[in-house]
Design a protein around this ligand. Structure first.
Ligand code: FPP
Length: 238
């Protein structure tokens, strides 16, 4: 197998278990989200040091609006706290911030903070740190299909397109597909995350809640990935 098929360029993580972790310590759920946000920095640094080029983290799904108003409001305030603490360091480290999701539906101030992080780091060439916020993969695919249909109607593109051409309509356009998907906190679900992009990803489900997910656990997941035999639907190369 070539090194290329083994490279773990893009890691996606479903950061689950903040609420349960906080409750288990007698704290409010929001305390788990705050520690969880700090752990984003820790894991981003570790991923970059382990040679990961793209780290895509699920912070808020299109379904998460169903949570209590207090919790939603708190999560919407987190980007300001998070980038206020760490943006300078991310710039120094050369990280490029990206967002996937329907940002237009976020509170104005939240969107402003996120847009600002993307803008400030757009010329960086280090780790691509993407935050999925108000993101849902089925919605992403519908929006991509709508945009594609419009381009066909406007005569900009033909009806017969490749997978790669269709990918340019996704929110992850110009990013490689996911090599490794990790979900924390023991749940065995994909939860509408990057459905197209994980087509050939290896999957790791770990028992640790997101606030307990350490660089060592990440390293173990990446090591497991390296030991697997990815065949992309082909047969094993002897
Ligand atoms: C899942 O735990 C976590 C969330 C829905 C929110 C995740 C948000 C962060 C970690 C903050 C990141 C934000 C930025 C801007 C970097 P859960 O609440 O579903 O946990 P539970 O399953 O125990 O209830």
């Amino acid at each position: 197998m070539s090194n290329e098929t083994k490279a773990c360029r893009h890691v996606a993580i479903i950061m689950d278990g903040n609420g349960r972790w906080a409750k288990a310590q007698g704290k409010p759920r929001t305390a788990g989200h705050l520690v969880g946000a700090d752990n984003v920095r820790t894991i981003a640094i570790a991923a970059s040091e382990l040679g990961v080029e793209y780290l895509t983290l699920y912070a808020f799904s299109t379904e998460n609006w169903k949570r209590s108003e207090d919790e939603v409001n708190y999560i919407m305030k987190l980007p300001k706290i998070f980038f206020g603490k760490y943006m300078k360091e991310f710039i120094e480290r050369g990280y490029r911030m990206r967002m996937i999701g329907e940002l237009d539906r976020l509170p104005k101030e939240t969107k402003r903070v996120l847009d600002d992080a993307v803008e400030q780091s757009k010329n960086n060439t280090g780790l691509n740190l993407s935050i999925a916020i108000n993101y849902g993969s089925q919605r992403e695919l519908v929006l991509a299909a709508e945009r594609y249909a419009k381009d066909v109607k406007d005569g900009k593109i033909g009806l017969d397109i490749s997978n790669e051409e269709f990918e340019q309509y996704l929110m992850t356009a110009d990013m490689p597909n996911v090599d490794l998907l990790i979900r924390t906190s023991g749940e065995l679900r994909i939860s509408n995350y990057l459905l197209w992009q994980i087509a050939y990803a290896e999957l790791e489900f770990v028992p640790e809640a997101w606030p307990e997910f350490t660089p060592e656990v990440l390293e173990r997941c990446i090591r497991n990935f390296g030991n697997r035999d990815r065949r992309f639907g082909g047969v094993k190369n002897e």
